[in-house]
Write a protein that binds this ligand. Structure first.
Ligand SMILES: Cc1cc2nc3c(=O)[nH]c(=O)nc-3n(C[C@H](O)[C@H](O)[C@H](O)COP(=O)(O)OP(=O)(O)OC[C@H]3O[C@@H](n4cnc5c(N)ncnc54)[C@H](O)[C@@H]3O)c2cc1C
Length: 420
């Protein structure tokens, strides 16, 4: 049975790997010249299931309004005359209600914990090294920010997740490279969370999948689906039909555009983010553990001999252009915590957009077209959820029951506005 995968970001590559493992003949179509060249390329690399949650949460609308007047805001809203944006915001606003936040977070965490288990199994089986580091430290600059983490901490306690609230001294003992001059009220250490280089992982898994028989075709675009009588017969690749028994859509921010032609209307909006990658120049002064500045929502991740500094969520502009103030914020935050660690002046900058659904959880599995499966809408946690989502979709394609409950993770959720 022949399955096509559209897109070779982290979601498409992991999907192809698990589909092949399930016994399918797999062809991946990717418009770029290689894997993980779009949103999966320069992300922060954080795999923190305990931290995974929706952007729509209580208090967030008020926070965003307050951010409008902050020069180094972690969230930037640019009102635009874009119907899709306002529709997305309306649903997002509805999802900020406490009970919906709790439900959406639980759905996302179900996937994220499963995904981490799948990643670990894969890592052991295939002996993969992708610049991974263990543990994650959230840093709070003020008592106010520290107090704000109380509800999230309560959820960790309820879920039995290992964590420790640290004093500034304990933070510095755990990560001695933290600048003594940096203002620090405390930290939250999540020892079981981790980070790793998503693109590096994707490239290795692509080679393994290819050796295993998966065919990757680069530099080509899937322009349409061939659907007859409600059943997928194949796809059209640069104007040429390609027959297939099934197709997994993993096209990131372009997924909703592909689906619109089939009458499947999904509000995936591109939420922009930025990253700077810098070479470590002083190993004594560079972080060993990955940290998250909770005030600025900037993650600083150790990736081998480099640091990845990533953050900012910008909504309202679809243009993927670098914006100087956002880049300055990244470097400013990193130099405040680790002033002498790296060659900040030679930073390589990157911008891409998270494929974000307004409520948070991804969409997996069947559509109204027989044979067309989704693996889309992973927002700011696509790397953390990739292996689990891919495994679920491969199981569904093979007619097996997935190992996790799919309640709230399928297209049925969008059957009726903001209620399903
Ligand atoms: C600043 C930033 C920081 C982030 N940090 C983290 C983090 O720490 N942890 C985490 O888990 N996630 C993080 N993310 C989110 C994560 O990067 C994404 O969720 C993930 O990369 C999405 O993967 P994807 O494969 O769906 O999309 P992509 O990587 O964008 O891949 C989609 C692919 O589909 C291809 N494509 C689309 N349409 C077609 C077509 N018609 N024909 C052929 N090819 C097509 C595209 O070329 C692209 O290569 C971050 C994102 C940003 C922007």
């Amino acid at each position: 049975m022949r399955v096509v995968v559209i897109g070779a970001g982290i979601i498409g590559v992991t999907s192809a790997y698990y589909l092949r493992q399930a016994g399918f003949e797999v062809t991946v179509f990717e418009r770029n010249s290689g894997v993980a060249q779009e949103t999966s390329y320069g992300n922060a690399g954080v795999i923190a299931p305990a931290y995974v949650g929706p952007w729509a949460q209580p208090g967030m609308p008020r926070k965003i309004l307050a951010y409008l007047f902050r020069p180094h805001a972690p969230v930037v809203f640019r009102p635009a005359l874009d119907r899709t944006l306002w529709r997305w915001l309306a649903r997002w606003y509805a999802e900020c209600a406490l009970e919906r936040f709790v439900r959406n977070k639980a759905r996302m965490q179900r996937v994220a914990y499963y995904s981490r288990d799948q990643l670990h199994a894969l890592r052991t089986r295939l002996e993969l090294q992708y610049e991974q580091t263990a543990g994650y430290l959230q840093l709070f600059r003020s008592q106010r920010e520290l107090a704000r983490c109380a509800p999230a901490r309560a959820l960790l306690v309820d879920a039995g997740v290992a964590h420790r609230l640290l004093t500034p001294e304990q933070c510095r003992a755990l990560e001695p490279a933290l600048a003594p001059s940096a203002t620090l009220a405390g930290g939250l250490h999540l020892p079981d969370d981790e980070t790793g280089n998503c693109a590096f992982f994707a490239r290795q898994l692509k080679d393994i999948a290819e050796n295993d028989g998966v065919e990757f075709r680069f530099g080509v675009s899937v322009s349409a689906f061939d659907v007859q009588g409600g059943t997928l017969r194949g796809v059209v690749v640069d104007g040429v039909p390609f027959a297939a028994d099934a197709c997994v859509l993993a096209a990131g921010i372009d997924s909703s555009r592909s689906l619109a032609a089939l009458g499947i209307d999904l509000p995936i909006y591109p939420v922009k983010g930025y990253a700077a990658t810098v070479s470590v120049t002083n190993h004594e002064r560079a972080p060993r553990i990955s940290v998250m500045d909770e005030d600025y929502k900037v993650a600083i991740t150790r990736m081998g001999q480099r640091l990845r500094i990533a953050g900012t969520a910008e909504i309202g502009s679809r243009q993927l252009r670098l914006r100087a103030p956002a880049l300055r914020t990244l470097i400013r935050v990193a130099t405040e915590w680790f002033p002498a660690a790296a060659a900040y002046a030679q930073a390589q900058y990157w911008v891409r957009a998270r494929p974000m659904l307004p409520d948070g959880p991804p969409l997996l599995g069947p559509t109204t077209v027989r044979g067309l499966l989704l693996n889309i809408g992973h927002g700011s946690s696509g790397w953390a959820m990739a292996c689990g989502c891919a495994r679920v979709v491969a199981d569904l394609a093979a007619g097996r029951s997935p190992e996790i409950d799919l309640d709230g993770l399928t297209l049925a959720r969008y059957a009726t506005p903001a209620t399903a």
